[in-house]
Design a protein around this ligand. Sequence first.
Ligand SMILES: [Zn+2]
Length: 301
Amino acid sequence: MADKLIRATAADGGIRAVGVITTRLTEEARVRHKLSYVATAALGRTMSAGLLMASSMKRPGSRVNVRVRGDGPLGGILVDAGLDGTVRGYVGNPSVELPPNAKGKLDVGGAVGSGYLYVVRDIGYGYPYSSTVELVSGEIGDDVAHYLVNSEQTPSALVVGVFVGAEGVTAAGGILIQVLPKAARDEALVTTLESRVSALSGFTPLMQAGKTLTEIFHDLLGDMDLKIFPESQMLRFHCGCSFDRVLGALKMLGAAELQDMILKDDGAEATCDFCGNVYQANGDNLAQLIVDLQRETSVSE
Ligand SMILES: [Zn+2]
């Protein structure tokens, strides 16, 4: 099944529901970053959560950055997700592996540790909106839901999951259900939703049982005037890095540093943190940057 996002409403527009399938893009991240099992689960859950959060933004080009900073051996997670369905991300220590937790699941909470969740929403102009909450469990789903409830004051239930085995990622995705302001005072509604979502045994067991996002929405909200939007949105792992951007970053180092790189290595190698792409600049590329810098200096004088 291709990676995709679908949207729905229920309770006369008082409930907003979004679901994502992210199996392929999580597998791509696993391969690109050579992620361990637990690192795959941690990054995959965070990428699904980022895409779910970005889906509520309105202005084209809007993006959300989710940064998880915990004291565990994973060394942090950074995800950048867009309303356009693109996502990228990485973890501090991709090779960390831990024994399963008490439930027999990948110990994402143990890998993340305790710390903070930072969210930045950027709508493409003005100051980005940013906020921070303390991590609840480090399991990502709970932490992002806690953020949405406490920092954005939207009653929210969020479930994200990744199943990774010897053959790679075979199931990944999540759902976000939010009670909008027009219905947020309806405490019975909020309680009903919370109990239904918390009764789910996770997201990947539903996928593995062959459930589609549409069927999951019907199970959760089918008796609440559910309306599923007919068009789905494609999702993909995508990074905007390029050789030109790498050259731009190298240029910032200044002529003396560049000259040093030419003498020592006759070039420079740069790896993009977000996607793992490796860029090689040779001595001629660096020499050209020095020429450009000198030209800019003489123009400004
Ligand atoms: Zn990149």
